[in-house]
Design a protein. Structure first.
Lengths: 279, 192
């Protein structure tokens, strides 16, 4: 049946758990591409046949015309399925850069092995583009790299990255435009209400170190939080100029900005290194 | 790329693609060579008058070119309608068509059956209340059974109702807000 395989490919995306990558299905992808070439060959031979019979294939409406039409539609449909598969995966891969890490080796192994060779390349280039953007606007958007102590004292900004959108046109999904839309909400001591400002503006207005959290968009009630250590981190870690013994299951009262990277990020272990305690 | 879906910006939408994969019974008015759509045909062709089930994306285009006529798909037949009239909330719509409403909206204008639209609206109205109530009250064991009869859209509604309630509770009592990246999954390392 025409287009059946293509829809199977898309179904794979839909059936996976939300936001979770599945293994790149090389095999099925190639089968769909093979079907595309079959459609194309059938289309060509039908048109050739009509030309040999001396018919004008623009206006004739015979069995060959409808056969060619069906093959043409199947080809377009398969193309759409293939594009959707790649596009939706690419979106997830872009998100990895924001939520997990900018370097390929920072991704856990089980995610890495789900990516195809081209997707890994895409991830690297996307990260490189992000990095060059960050250095251009002189702004570090990483959630996982604790900044130096804030120079302006009270003016610590927590900027929530609400969305990043890269506009891709259907045909040219390769290079993406420079139309990156960043919505930013600020909370701090001086301006308590949330406001939306372009990220570039902020950098010009506030010459403070900006820490961007990709997950927590709500202003914190308390700069300190209670955390429990989930893994043995030892004594090697210095937070806020003080060393503490982060033994497994020990509890600490830490500055939120210090603890954040250990909670939201997964290192080589399968889980965060700390969790926030509440209640 | 001039099909309708690309114009309204849903070209890459997974659900949109899967809706259009739903099968529609059609009757061919023209014959066509070199295609494998009729499983009963001996050769790779369809004859005039052949009754075949085609996916929506294909039947719609062929219908616009007057090559086929479209019949009402099985999920909107009289039997289903009678069941819905009897007790809408308990009809298993998912097994009939996981995109019952969206597919219905797409098929209604070309199938020439004016009652489909009304039927969809009344079905949704009857089931809506039930879904929202159950989202807040149903116990986990019952919920999984109930979820199995919902269409995709209804499942989204059910989850939205639950997550908004959960968010409300979280807002009231407070809770952890920094969490690990969701893409990494929920797996925890076994305690050794």
């Amino acid at each position: 049946m025409h287009g059946r395989l293509g829809s199977r490919l898309v179904k794979e995306l839909a059936s996976g758990e939300k936001g979770q990558l599945t293994h790149f299905n090389d095999e099925l992808l190639n089968e769909v591409i093979k079907e595309c070439s079959e459609n194309f060959l059938a289309l060509q031979s039908l048109i050739r046949k009509m030309q040999e019979e001396g018919l004008d294939f623009q206006t004739t409406r015979n069995a060959d015309h409808y056969g060619a039409l069906i093959n043409h539609l199947s080809l377009i449909r398969n193309k759409r399925c293939l594009m959707a598969y790649m596009y939706n995966r690419a979106e997830m891969i872009q998100n990895l850069a924001w939520t997990v890490g900018l370097r390929l080796f920072e991704l856990p192994e089980e995610i890495q092995e789900k990516l195809s060779h081209l997707e890994k390349d895409y991830f690297k280039r996307h990260s490189a583009a992000l990095e060059s953007y960050m250095s251009k606007v002189d702004l570090n958007l990483n959630v996982w790299m604790p900044q130096k102590s804030h120079e302006n004292g009270s003016e610590s900004l927590s900027v929530g990255l609400l969305m990043t959108k890269v506009h891709l046109s259907d045909e040219e999904s390769e290079g993406f435009g420079n139309n990156i839309l960043l919505s930013v909400s600020i909370d701090n001591v001086t301006c308590c209400k949330k406001s939306l400002i372009k990220i570039v503006l902020i950098n010009q207005i506030f010459k403070a170190n900006v820490l961007v959290s990709a997950k927590d968009m709500v202003p914190p009630k308390d700069p300190y939080i209670k955390v429990r250590v989930l893994d043995d981190l030892g004594e090697g870690i210095v937070v806020s100029d003080k060393a503490a013994n982060f033994a497994r299951h020990s509890m600490h009262f830490l500055k939120r900005t210090d603890a954040e990277p250990y909670i939201s990020r997964v290192f080589l272990a399968q889980q965060g290194l700390m969790e926030e305690l509440t209640g | 790329m001039n099909d309708t879906s690309s114009r309204n910006g849903k070209y890459f939408d997974i659900d949109e693609i899967l809706i259009e994969e739903e099968l529609v019974p059609v009757v061919f008015h023209k014959s066509a060579n070199g295609v494998k759509v009729d499983p009963s045909a001996e050769k790779d062709c369809v004859d005039e008058g052949a009754k075949v089930e085609l996916p929506f994306w294909l039947s719609q285009e062929l219908y616009l070119r007057q090559a086929v006529s479209i019949n009402v798909p099985a999920c909107f037949n009289q039997k289903t309608r009678r069941e819905i009239q009897a007790d809408a909330a308990n009809v298993d719509l998912r097994s009939r068509c996981p995109y019952f409403y969206e597919f219905g909206c797409k098929i209604a204008p070309i199938v020439g059956d004016r009652t489909i639209g009304k039927m969809l609206l009344s079905t949704f109205q009857m089931r809506y209340k039930d879904i929202l109530t159950k989202a807040h009250t149903a116990a986990y064991a019952v919920a999984s059974k109930f979820l199995a009869v919902l269409t995709k859209e209804e499942t989204n509604l059910y989850e939205a109702a639950q997550s908004s309630m959960a968010a409300f509770k979280k807002w009231r009592i407070g809770g952890p807000r920094i969490q690990r990246a969701s893409v990494l999954g929920r797996k925890r390392k076994p305690i050794d």
